[in-house]
Design a protein around this ligand. Structure first.
Ligand SMILES: Nc1ncnc2c1ncn2[C@@H]1O[C@H](COP(=O)(O)OS(=O)(=O)O)[C@@H](OP(=O)(O)O)[C@H]1O
Ligand SMILES: Nc1ncnc2c1ncn2[C@@H]1O[C@H](COP(=O)(O)OP(=O)(O)O)[C@@H](O)[C@H]1O
Length: 187
């Protein structure tokens, strides 16, 4: 199964991916997280934030995710993933792709602003530090219309969000008789 965790920067994709992974590990279910921010820094240094580059980023992440997923590893792709077209492309290309919308009100994201990106995006035009294409501020985010799971991290705490996502995964495993790997957790 490939889970596309999509949502704006700071919404909670990475936090929830780690928590979901830990909760599944407690049930001896192995999950792999493909965090776009990490892959961009290590492997995809050639990509920026134009629509074309974002499409290419998601295509590459999807390709890698499918390698893990084809070995029956629950695979979480944590990326803003703002465009419906490319999400649909992955859904058509690979088996068992599910969309998890990690939503959060923009006002709350501006308050969190853990990376200082929102502050930079809201600087006046012409300011040398202004970020010109931050998703949700001055670049589009097409919210998934029918996500398999929806959580709003302003309305729900980390634990509630984690439980909701894990319940979906565990129910899917049962329904689809998903062959999942078990492993010995080494801390
Ligand atoms: N202009 C702009 N827009 C969006 N995001 C920006 C931008 N510049 C830098 N960053 C940082 O890059 C991370 C988003 O990369 P993604 O690969 O998830 O984006 S995308 O799916 O290709 O749209 C995102 O990471 P997260 O905060 O984890 O979402 C940001 O830290
Ligand atoms: N319900 C929640 N779920 C996830 N993160 C939350 C929640 N409430 C507050 N947060 C905080 O929001 C921030 C989300 O950051 P992060 O997970 O890096 O977001 P993203 O990966 O989407 O950019 C963290 O500081 C986290 O502690």
């Amino acid at each position: 199964m490939i889970l596309l965790f999509c949502g704006l920067s700071g919404a909670g994709k990475s936090t929830l991916a780690e928590k979901v992974k830990d909760k599944l590990a407690a049930e001896n279910i192995f999950a792999e997280i493909i965090d776009a921010d990490v892959y961009r820094r290590c492997l995809f240094k050639d990509l920026g934030y134009s629509m074309e580059d974002r499409f290419e980023n998601i295509r590459r992440l999807g390709f890698i995710a499918n390698k893990f997923s084809s070995h029956n590893i629950i695979t979480i792709v944590s990326a803003i993933n703002p465009y419906d077209t490319i999400r649909r492309e992955l859904i058509s290309a690979y088996k068992n792709v599910r969309v998890v919308h990690i939503d959060c009100d923009v006002d709350e994201l501006i308050r969190r602003d853990t990376k200082g990106l929102y502050k930079r995006a809201m600087l006046p035009e012409g300011h040398p530090d202004k970020l010109s294409n931050l998703t949700g501020i001055n670049d589009p985010f097409e919210a998934p219309q029918n996500p398999d799971v929806y959580v709003n991290t302003h309305a729900l705490g980390e634990k509630e969000c984690t439980n909701k996502i894990c319940s979906f995964i565990l129910n899917s495993i049962v329904k689809e008789k998903y062959l999942y790997n078990t492993y010995t957790h080494v801390s």
